[in-house]
Design a protein around this ligand. Structure first.
Ligand SMILES: Nc1ncnc2c1ncn2[C@@H]1O[C@H](COP(=O)(O)OP(=O)(O)OP(=O)(O)O)[C@@H](O)[C@H]1O
Ligand SMILES: O=P(O)(O)OC[C@H]1O[C@H](OP(=O)(O)OP(=O)(O)O)[C@H](O)[C@@H]1O
Length: 312
């Protein structure tokens, strides 16, 4: 792993910006340059309105609307870059933060990149408890977390667990006779099952997080970035529902769509009717529409939100 400071070249050609790309005081935000989290993070940055263009083959892009530069780095190194102060902010997995032991502030869970780090063993070994693997051979890409996990099960009798670190294809280790168990990430479980393994215990649940260097001098900008991302994430979780309802059913309607704080109610020409606007969680929207129809609401529409600022 490379832990050296990031050299800000400022050589990138960009279109007009009110912020100087050569300014060494720009906030640096590190994001994975490829891999599983990359696409979701890029969608989030674009959806949050970060105005940047990554020049082909360059690993830095300067935002035009904020004194922020986005640095594209391997996901596994981001926590260390942030804790060492080479960059101010980073987006990576909680598993990577925990494994690196990095001293960073976790500012926000991002709700994607969800999976779990699990202890797995061959199905035919019939292992039912993690204790049974203490002192045995474990292969993983997460040696620090694995060591901490097994510490609590080790006794004089079991001795120290033999933990071997490899960088990929961990699931093949038991089949090759190299391990009695593995500690690896599981999302759908497809890889685990295909390798004839079963889950014995969860070591850590993980998702993408926004992290910051506790000593960064960019506190105000960090808060601007955090709020932009939070606004986008909230907007992508909710839809705006709009409908007309008879005043007699308004109380019931307000219980169905209480909104985040309260629904907005607008009078209509026909004084017996009102128009209602409220935020509804996307995953509940269809059910809410059914309920509103049932109480006689009409003209029920949902509208997608692009971004938001709603407070915490
Ligand atoms: N199903 C998954 N399997 C592995 N990692 C996942 C999964 N879902 C989310 N992640 C997150 O992605 C991180 C791995 O990303 P990373 O970019 O290092 O590797 P990758 O996606 O396997 O890509 P590559 O192997 O090409 O580098 C994990 O540490 C975890 O936080
Ligand atoms: O539960 P699933 O949905 O099958 O996903 C989990 C698998 O994905 C990752 O491997 P990846 O494909 O990134 O390759 P790697 O073995 O090189 O890390 C991880 O290490 C698991 O093996």
């Amino acid at each position: 792993q490379c832990h050296q400071g990031y050299q800000h070249t400022g050589r990138t050609k960009m279109s007009a910006s009110k912020f100087d790309p050569k300014d060494p005081n720009r906030l640096l935000l590190a994001v994975p340059k490829k891999g599983r989290m990359h696409a979701a993070i890029i969608d989030m940055l674009n959806g949050s309105g970060f105005d940047y263009k990554r020049p082909e083959r360059l690993d830095i892009a300067h935002c035009r609307d904020l004194p922020v530069s986005i640095v594209f780095l391997p996901a596994a190194d981001i926590a260390t870059y942030v804790s060492d102060g080479n960059v101010d902010l980073g987006i990576t997995g909680e598993d990577i933060v925990a494994e690196s032991g990095a001293n960073v502030n976790v500012l926000m869970e991002l709700g994607f990149g969800k999976c779990r780090l699990s202890l797995q063993a061959p199905k035919q070994a019939n292992i039912t408890d993690a204790k049974q693997l203490a002192g045995k051979r474990i292969v993983t890409s997460f040696p620090a977390l694995t060591e901490a996990f097994f510490k609590k099960f080790e006794t004089e009798e079991t001795g120290k667990t033999n933990i071997k670190c490899i960088s990929g294809s961990v699931e093949a280790a038991c089949g090759l006779g190299l391990a009695d168990g593995i500690v690896d990430l599981v999302e759908t479980g497809t890889t685990m099952r295909a390798a004839g393994l079963e889950e014995i215990s969860t070591v850590l649940n993980t998702q993408c997080v926004l992290i910051s260097n506790p000593q960064s001098k960019h506190n105000e900008l960090i808060e601007i970035v955090r709020r932009r991302l939070a606004g986008y994430l909230t907007a992508s979780r909710f839809v705006m529902i709009t409908y007309n309802v008879h005043r007699a059913a308004l109380k019931e309607a307000s219980l169905i769509t209480p909104g985040k704080r309260s629904p907005s109610i607008v009078s209509l020409e026909d004084s017996n009717w009102v128009a209602v606007n409220a935020l509804v969680e996307k995953k509940r929207a269809a059910g809410v529409m059914d309920e509103l129809e049932r109480i006689g609401a009409t003209d029920i529409l949902t509208t997608q939100l692009h971004s938001s600022r709603m407070g915490d």
